[in-house]
Structures are given as C-alpha cells and as structure tokens.
Design a protein around this ligand. Structure first.
Ligand SMILES: Cc1cc2nc3c(=O)[nH]c(=O)nc-3n(C[C@H](O)[C@H](O)[C@H](O)COP(=O)(O)OP(=O)(O)OC[C@H]3O[C@@H](n4cnc5c(N)ncnc54)[C@H](O)[C@@H]3O)c2cc1C
Length: 399
C-alpha cells in the first residue's frame, strides 16, 4: 500500500502546477505529495493535445507558465536569447513552417508553444518533479476512519491502493470530448490527450473536415492547408468569431469576481461562469488567416455537420459537462451539471480540494486556464498550512 500526505489526482497543467507550488513552498513532511495520472509523464495531456492541434502561439502571455513564479518563462527566454518575434499582421504572411522557429507573437508577448514547452520540460527536470509522479488512474475514493482517504487505482491490469491525508482533484473535464453523433468515419481523429499523432500524410491531397471552429479548429485547418490538403471545411454551430481570451478576463481580478462571488447560490455561479467563457473563438492571427483562406476558396465555413464524404475528420469541438468515475462516495457529494459545489476554500468535502475546470463554482470563468491554477493555489495551499501568493517570487528567478 502506498501512503502519502497529499495526493494530487491528474498530472495535466493544474496538477503539475500545484505539485510545483507544493514542492517550492512546502515546509515539512506533512506536505509530502504524489501526482497520479494514467498518462506517461507529467503534462502528457497538454503536450499531446497541443501537438495534435498544431497550435503555434498560446493565448496567454509570457507571464504564464508551469512555474509558480510569473517571471520564470520570460527569464528563461531571455537567458537563452529566445526572443525572435513576429506581429499578428506578419503571421498570415508566413507559412506554417517559417513560423516554427519564432519565439514570441506580439502584441502581449505571447510565447510560441515550442518555447512554452521547452521551459516546462526544463522546469520539470530541474525541479525533479517527475520524482513525485505515479502512473495510474483513480477509480474509487472513499473516506477512511481517522486516516484521510483510500484511493483505489488501476494501472493496465494491476489494481493498487493509495492512502492519502488530503486529496486535490485536478482532473480537467474528465476526458469527455464532444463528438457529433453523425460521425461514423474510420478516419476520424478526436484531438484530445489520448489521440494519435497528426502527420502530414493524413491530409496531403485530401478534402479535410474539421469539427469545431475555435482556436484548435482554426489552427489545425491552417496547418492542414500548409501541409498539402486540397481544401478544408470547418463545421461549427457559430460563424467565425475572434477573441484574444477564451473567457472574460475581468474575472481574474475584483472588477467582476466580487459580483460573481455575491451570486447567492453555487448553481447561479456555475451557470454564470459557463456563460462568461468564450469557447469556439479564435485569436486575431488565426481568425485573419482563416478569413484569408476562405477568400481564396481553400476554407469553407459550414454551420452544419460533416456529411461523410470527406476524410480525415478532425474533431476539436470541446468537452461535455464533466463526468467523474470515482465511485459512489464521490457521486454522493453535491454537484450541479457535473460541476462540484465547493466551499470558498475550494474544498468539496473535508480535506478534498478541487482545481481546474471542476472549480468553476468558486473560481469562475478563468478556472480551467493557467491563471485558474494560480487562483486555485492561492485558496488551497493556505488550507494545507502553506503560504502562497503572487508577491512571493523575485523578478530575476527562473525557478
Ligand atoms: C491548443 C490549446 C491551447 C491552449 N492555450 C491556452 C493558453 O494560452 N492559456 C491558457 O490559460 N489555457 C490554454 N489552454 C487551455 C488549457 O490548456 C487547459 O485549460 C489546461 O491545460 C487544463 O489543464 P487540467 O490539468 O485542468 O486538465 P487536463 O490537461 O485535461 O489534465 C487532466 C489530467 O487528469 C488525468 N486524469 C483524468 N482522470 C483521472 C483519474 N481518474 N485518475 C488520475 N488522473 C486522471 C488526465 O489523464 C489528465 O492528464 C489551451 C488549450 C489548448 C487545447
């Protein structure tokens, strides 16, 4: 039987970020922790999904990274001289491969995925975070008398148990991607953490269908055309739409979050948080490129669904409401539309805390994003006896 003080379930961005913050600020053995995830390696879900969507530049600025220090990624880039920049207007004038060696998109200092990922891998390596990673999927959580929790886990055919004093759930959307019902095509690829690599031979000389008109859908369409696809049809329920952020950023600070927290019930907060997210939007450079390809007849925007003649079909249509499979005891905890109803310290039950998309009842629209991990850490870590805040790190730190 494995035993730990704190068990983080999920080694995606949120679980890895919380692990990094615990590693950096913990004070004693009381703060020993493990990060459990069925995927091989920390951040595997992020690395796979982003590489499948062919995203080149992130929405967030250089201030956001896997390190708790807001200066870390910027300092890393400066130290390595990785500062080659382009502007949003130059983006559409270049082809996909010419943009591959660039580091920053202006305005707002948005890092390339390559720079962001190189920093993340180096941070995980230098902080030895993989030492805290454990492979396996949690399948049942139940309270132990006076001993925290017992977590039944599965790794391939093996079933094993972990006892933990405290648990942090960082499970993303519970891997519940939206796949339109009428798609029954052997060449369908759902772009998600379990998907396979998307290579140019899949699209060369093909008529490609992309389901979902957000950043991932737009970016994979641009990549497909630059990789030799004959044309692309983007199927989306809405016309093309542009937004720098995928949520209303005023919710990061008091301007909107104060009113959000004054809503009288968790149900109202969950509905309001969902309304103030902006799924299915493209950043300016992707939006402009998609419109440019549309004018040249290479991209067609269709407000319906694929008819079955095109292949391959790439599905980037977001996620259903979360669906957890963690046993009866977890199912008995209060929730609404699949989202846990949390206390303001982000606890769902005694010593069980939640970060990421599952925390929207308290964190609001930014909950799933990188900044949502900071906002969650600020509430969860003090409950574990660890001080955590924006102000802690010095400007010259990389770690
Ligand atoms: C192309 C792209 C670009 C993006 N750009 C930005 C950006 O610029 N800025 C920004 O803020 N956000 C961005 N996002 C959104 C951001 O990536 C996600 O919101 C974030 O990665 C979610 O992290 P997570 O850890 O909550 O979820 P996930 O990455 O889904 O991780 C959840 C983990 O939990 C594991 N898990 C699931 N069930 C179990 C279980 N039972 N037991 C153990 N482990 C389990 C999964 O295997 C997975 O590894 C982007 C997303 C994409 C796809």
């Amino acid at each position: 039987m494995i035993s730990t003080s704190i068990l983080i379930l999920g080694g995606g961005f949120h679980g890895t970020f919380l692990g990094a913050a615990l590693k950096k600020y913990r004070r004693s053995k009381e703060h020993d922790f493990l990060i459990l995830d069925p995927l091989p390696g920390l951040l595997a879900s992020w690395f796979t999904t982003t590489s499948q969507t062919k995203v080149q530049f992130l929405r967030s600025s250089l201030s956001h990274s896997i390190a708790p220090n807001f200066h870390s990624l910027r300092n890393y880039a400066l130290a390595l001289g990785r500062t080659a920049q382009i502007t949003v207007s130059e983006f559409s004038e270049m082809d996909y491969s010419s943009r591959e060696n660039l580091d920053v998109l202006q305005p707002y200092f948005r890092p390339s995925l390559r720079l962001f990922n190189d920093h993340a891998r180096e941070y995980i390596r230098s902080q030895k975070l993989e030492d805290y990673g454990l492979r396996g999927r949690a399948i049942e959580i139940s309270p132990e008398k006076n001993r925290g929790y017992r977590v039944v886990c599965q790794r391939d055919e093996d079933v094993f148990e972990i006892t933990a004093g405290k648990i942090i759930l960082a499970l993303g959307f519970g891997a519940n991607p939206r796949i339109p019902e009428n798609i029954d095509n052997m060449a369908t690829e759902v772009l998600n953490p379990l998907g396979k690599p998307i290579t140019p031979d899949l699209v060369k000389n093909k008529e490609v269908a992309v389901v979902g008109g957000g950043l991932s859908g737009g970016q994979v369409s641009i990549w497909a055309l630059d990789s030799g696809a004959k044309n692309v049809t983007i199927y989306s329920l809405e016309p093309p739409s542009e937004s720098r952020f995928d949520f209303d950023p005023c919710y990061v600070g008091p301007k909107c979050s104060q009113d959000f927290l004054l809503l009288s019930s968790a149900k109202e907060r969950i509905d309001s948080a969902k309304l103030n997210r902006r799924p299915g939007t493209m950043t300016t450079e992707i939006f402009n490129s998609v419109l440019g390809f549309q004018e040249r007849g290479k991209i067609r925007w269709d407000l319906g669904s694929p008819k079955g003649t095109q292949e391959p079909v790439f599905v980037t249509a977001g996620y259903h409401e979360p669906k957890l499979s963690l046993g009866q005891w977890i199912d008995s905890l209060p929730s609404y539309k699949g989202y846990p109803i949390l206390k303001d310290d982000l606890s769902w039950a005694s010593n069980i805390y939640v970060s990421g998309s599952l925390a929207i009842s308290e964190i609001g629209p930014p909950a799933p994003n990188f900044i949502g991990a900071h906002l969650a850490a600020r509430r969860i870590l003090p409950q574990l006896g660890i001080d955590f805040g924006w102000r802690f790190d010095t400007r010259d730190e990389f770690q």
